[in-house]
Write a protein that binds this ligand. Structure first.
Ligand SMILES: C[S@@+](CC[C@H](N)C(=O)[O-])C[C@H]1O[C@@H](n2cnc3c(N)ncnc32)[C@H](O)[C@@H]1O
Length: 235
């Protein structure tokens, strides 16, 4: 469902210039862009292995890739769409990153941010609440009224939030093995990389959780929460 939300608010077009920051293997953005055939794609990630995978997957001939840390990256290029998919929570200097994004977005360009919760525990936190806590400041005046500062002024820019939504998805399982197999494919996404021993202990924990839930209620309900935030460069 997170892809549907991204597509809904992307307002993409053929030939658009797309910048994918922390692209990983590119899967997320390629899925979101699948209705377009002539995107000019540029993906960066600090992991060389991820960049190699993105190159293999990329369906666009007019594309560029770079293994680099976003903090040491500089460019003169301007983009129509910039993606920060499941990466902003890993970056400390969020305001600097958003200022960078603002600088490199063309007029009416859009930045798509998708995130799960801060501690990578999507089930436990409501992402939107987390985002608000990070970026909205509340002030209490002497009459006791509370003012909430809005996102555009916080960024010091004319970014207009187009949408901020918490997207939920549910998967109901009647046995543990498909979920464990899915986790195995997502293993490289865990930060920091778990050791073999930690990983096996984690899988065992997940298996026990699923099996005890199936015993109790006949199925295991995995709720996932993602946030989608789309910002538009109004100026
Ligand atoms: C959870 S993955 C998300 C990948 C992809 N965007 C997606 O949604 O499938 C986060 C990615 O951000 C990259 N990353 C983390 N910190 C980074 C940084 N400072 N500069 C560039 N890439 C970074 C990691 O290497 C990793 O591939």
């Amino acid at each position: 469902r997170v892809f549907e939300k991204v597509r809904e608010y992307l307002c993409g077009f053929e030939g658009m210039e797309v910048f994918d920051i922390g692209c990983g293997n590119g899967k997320m953005v390629f899925e979101a862009l699948k209705e377009f055939s002539s995107v000019r794609y540029f993906g960066i990630d600090r992991s060389k292995a991820m960049i190699e995978e993105t190159k293999q997957r990329c369906p666009y001939s007019d594309s560029e890739f770079m293994a680099t840390d976003i903090y040491s990256f500089a460019t003169e290029r301007m983009f129509d769409r910039i993606f920060l998919c499941h990466v902003l929570h890993l970056l400390d200097k969020k305001e600097a990153i958003l200022t960078f994004v603002k600088k490199h977005l063309k007029k009416q360009g859009r930045c798509v941010i998708t995130l799960h919760s801060k501690d990578d525990a999507p089930k436990k936190r409501d992402w939107i609440q987390w985002f608000k806590n990070q970026y909205q400041k509340t002030y209490q005046n002497n009459h006791g009224n509370v003012t909430i500062e809005t996102w555009p002024s916080l960024f010091g820019t004319k970014f207009e939030p187009v949408v901020a939504e918490c997207v939920r998805g549910n998967i109901q399982l009647s046995e543990a093995s498909p979920y464990l197999a899915y986790l195995e494919t997502e293993r490289h996404r865990f930060h920091p990389d778990p050791t073999e021993e930690e990983w096996n202990a984690f899988l065992l924990y997940v298996q026990n959780e699923i099996e005890s839930s199936i015993k109790e209620q006949g199925f295991f309900d995995e709720e996932q929460r993602y946030g989608v935030l789309v910002l538009e460069n109004a100026s």
